[in-house]
Design a protein around this ligand. Structure first.
Ligand code: IPD
Ligand code: CA
Ligand code: CA
Length: 266
């Protein structure tokens, strides 16, 4: 598998930040039993990881813009390119000692995501894709699952929680989808959820109220793995709508239809 120079830069940045997160994850597991808990420590770990990614990327391409979750957006002098970064996706998992979190790095060119990397340092799984080059997990080519009907599918979703999301609307969506599928999962790290769709582990996924850094790298992973992504209405305005539905061509369409069914009367 030959990677472009740009993708190599992204991979090196993700591995370096992942190493730092891995070290801190060990400490988080110790802090679970402390009275203060690991909260502050995790914020530091998160910001440290973003600084590592930002320094690596800006060193390689100083003129590109940078949009990261933990710092102010930097407008580059090169108006065409922008990095979109979540240094730690799955913060709640990380905080609770659950090894389901990732560094997510995407490159946008003229408004289109053209490369993406999602790295889970706890499992050493590195998902990469660039436009036209296919999607990979470590060195292996990945593809979305080929299941054709929802009744065979395991579907992932994000769960609203205290202070986040529209609970009533989600419960209607869930009620419709859960009645049609073989299983539901919610792993709590959207970037990895999308990588799992690309790798065929999840047949489909939907979530609302996401930010560009949660979705950007996952979008290209799925597309390069042969999958389809839209917003909840079936349009391509994914960043604008802040929500997405993913799967292979058939499952993605079926999910959009089922999740949008009207509120049941009984
Ligand atoms: C969160 C995770 C989670 C999703 C939330 C995101 P964070 O990102 O991706 O799975 O449900 O909407 O905010 O805060 O862990 O980077
Ligand atoms: Ca995130
Ligand atoms: Ca984050």
């Amino acid at each position: 598998m030959a990677r472009s120079a740009l993708l190599n830069v992204m991979v090196q940045a993700a591995l370096k930040a992942g190493k730092s997160l891995s070290r801190d994850f060990g400490e988080v597991q110790n802090l679970q039993v402390s009275v203060k808990g690991p909260g502050d420590f995790v914020s530091q770990a998160d910001m440290k990881a973003e600084k590592i990614v930002r320094d690596e990327l800006m060193k390689a391409r100083p003129t590109y813009g940078f949009l990261g979750e933990e710092s102010d957006e930097l407008k580059g002098t090169d108006g065409a390119h922008r990095w979109i970064v979540d240094p730690l996706d799955g913060t709640t998992n990380f905080l609770h000692g659950i090894p389901q979190f990732a560094v997510s790095i995407a490159l946008e060119r003229n408004g289109e995501v053209v490369a993406g990397v999602v790295f889970n340092p706890a499992t050493d799984e590195l998902f990469t894709a660039e436009k036209g080059g296919g999607a990979f997990m470590n060195d292996r080519r990945i593809r979305v699952a080929a299941r054709r009907v929802l009744s065979d599918c395991v579907i992932g979703c994000g769960l609203p929680h205290l202070g986040r999301g529209n609970h009533g609307k989600f419960l209607v969506e869930l009620r419709h989808v859960m009645g049609e599928v073989a299983g539901m999962r919610s792993f709590g790290a959207a970037a990895l959820d999308l990588a799992y769709v690309a790798a065929g582990r999840l047949d489909g996924f939907w979530e609302t109220d996401l930010m560009p850094w949660d979705m950007a790298a996952g979008l290209i992973l799925i597309r390069e793995a042969g999958g389809f992504v839209s917003d909840m209405k079936g349009t391509t305005d994914i960043f604008g709508s802040a929500n997405l539905v993913a799967g292979n061509e058939l499952i993605q369409k079926a999910l959009v239809e089922v999740a949008n069914r009207p509120i049941p009367t009984r």
